[in-house]
Design a protein around this ligand. Structure first.
Ligand code: AMP
Length: 293
């Protein structure tokens, strides 16, 4: 596996392969790799000839009070995981190489970014949109893989690629979870043993929302009540938002008529957990048929 640190060298490597007709797959990450990242890497491996994983803790997507300096950076372990998964290039640019003196351009996707994570973390999504655009420009992949775990981020990247004609196929893969349902995350290492047990409540709450919709509840307020009830059982959890939204625009719904995404963010001590589940409401026609039986 090659370790490339310079953006110029990365582009040169990609350009050479592209000229030879090689399909380049790309998995952008901030490192501290876990089985969720591993699943993305494996899915990418099946679809491309050459695979690039980037490890870059992007400072512009962190707020001033967030965990940029303490974000885990186990680079030796990360490289070992990449090597074991037959990654061809680990791209590890420095902050100075990504944002050299004079850097001033930013990318925003304002409609999607106005909601949920965007509201809770101002500037987060402009940081994400800008770095993803830069990484695509440097790595020049045919396809890039993202996790459903960060649903709003994936929706934003899809929009960005379409709006700016970036010509990268975006593949979104399911969230990989721990046995109790907790979505894997690099930030889970911050949880104490006690918090780790409580953390699975977010998944349980989203499941309760899904079950309510599957049983025919269409009023979002009722779905949210079912989710809130589960979270309230754990006094240590503080709700940031529990939302039922349009799966493409992320706008909040008041009625669930077809497909929806349930998004949740809670705080547990110093850790902020996010997760989501998608659901399709049973159609009225299906319910009528069911009723006749
Ligand atoms: P991060 O390193 O947290 O920026 O994540 C890099 C990529 O891995 C993003 O596309 C995430 O959505 C994805 N990812 C993170 N956690 C998971 C997970 N538990 N399951 C699937 N994908 C994930």
């Amino acid at each position: 596996m090659k370790i490339i640190r310079s953006p110029k060298a990365m582009t040169a490597w990609s350009d050479k392969l592209r000229r030879e007709g090689v399909i380049i797959g790309f998995v952008p990450t901030m490192g501290a790799l876990h089985d969720g990242h591993r699943a993305l890497i494996r899915a990418a491996r099946l679809r491309c000839d050459a695979l690039v994983v980037s490890i870059f803790v992007n400072p512009t997507q962190f707020g001033p009070t967030e965990d940029l300096t303490k974000y885990p950076r186990p680079i030796t372990k990360d490289r070992a995981l990449c090597r074991a998964e037959a990654v061809d290039v680990c791209f590890e640019p420095t902050v100075a190489a990504m944002y050299p003196k004079g850097f001033q351009t930013g990318v925003t996707v304002p409609a999607i970014a106005q909601w949920w994570e965007g509201e809770a973390r101002p500037h987060h999504f402009s940081g994400v949109a800008t770095v993803v655009t830069k990484l695509f420009g440097i790595v020049r992949p045919e396809l890039a893989l993202f996790g459903q775990k960060d649903y709003q981020q994936a929706a934003l990247v899809r929009r960005l690629v379409e709006d700016l004609n970036l010509g990268v196929e975006i593949v979104v893969r399911p969230t990989v979870r721990e046995k109790d349902g907790l979505a894997m995350s690099s930030r889970n290492v911050y949880l104490s043993l006690e918090e780790r047990v409580i953390a699975a409540t977010l998944y349980k709450c989203l499941r309760a929302g899904v079950e309510a919709i599957r049983k025919g509840v269409t009023e979002v307020l009722a779905v949210q009540a079912a989710m809130t009830e589960i979270v309230k059982r754990e006094p240590a959890l503080m709700i940031d938002y529990l939302a039922v939204c349009d799966p493409l625009t992320l706008e909040p719904l008041s009625l669930v008529a077809s497909r929806a995404v349930l998004l949740g963010a809670v705080r547990l001590g110093s850790v902020r957990l996010i997760d989501n589940l998608t659901v399709t409401a049973p159609s009225k026609r299906a319910w009528r048929r069911f009723g006749r039986r």
